[in-house]
Design a protein around this ligand. Sequence first.
Ligand SMILES: [Zn+2]
Length: 286
Amino acid sequence: MLKQTSDRVVIRFLHNIAIALLTMTISVSSTAKPTNEKPITAEQGKSIQHITWPEKQLVAVSLSYDDALDSHLDNALPALNRHGLRASFYLTLASPVVRQRLEEWRAAAKQGHELGNHSLFHGCSKSEDGRDWVADHLDLSQRTITDVVSEIRLANDYLFAIDGKQHRTFTPPCGDIRVVNQQSFLQAIEREFVAIKGYETELGPSFNQLWAPVNVTAEQLIAYVEHEGINGGVINIIFHGVGGDHLSVSTTAHNRFLAYLAKHKNRYWVMDYVSIMEYINGQKSH
Ligand SMILES: [Zn+2]
């Protein structure tokens, strides 16, 4: 029993390292967007370039924290709450950190943060370069749409059991959306979500900016939002570890960045992603 448990810990550790390596690949090309399903045309992008945010801020900022890590609850969440900022936590629901700290995730949702869907098992495509770490049974490129969709739906049910909410968003693990025969599963799940991060193809490119920073300074984070904020739209900053875990950013850099955002609330609308996207949907229907 003990041996089994320690094996599982080792497997989990290797899995986390693998995710770390993988996400590092994403973050190297961090501003590159995943391949979009439908090309964004200039007209489509232009149609809502001029959205007015609730307090006339320059740009919306979605801070997200992926993979259900201890350092999210230990470091990121208290800092967000201190500064009165809301964010999205994309939970990989098979992570033991979900089960072990269930009440803390529930409390985070009650505080106004989003618990987003990041699937149960974090399956990614093994066929991509550097994906040897992906377990065979989780290789997205060999799975069927039915299989993946049922996993994502069950993840939604688990999230509902935690926070009782019916509306949320999804971030595809590794940004991967293609199953066997290169079919995309996005269409099969889009009705389940208010939005799918990185794939809001009906919006302009300035609404789909993604960056997964690793080991950066507060100055780099600040420079990024100052630069990208000029375009308006939505800036998505995808954190993993904060002061620990994988692909981490130090607590110093993270907290100084949050202090900067809080100090400039007139410029940045920092909000959980589901609220940002519901706001946009409300504006579109006017
Ligand atoms: Zn992830």
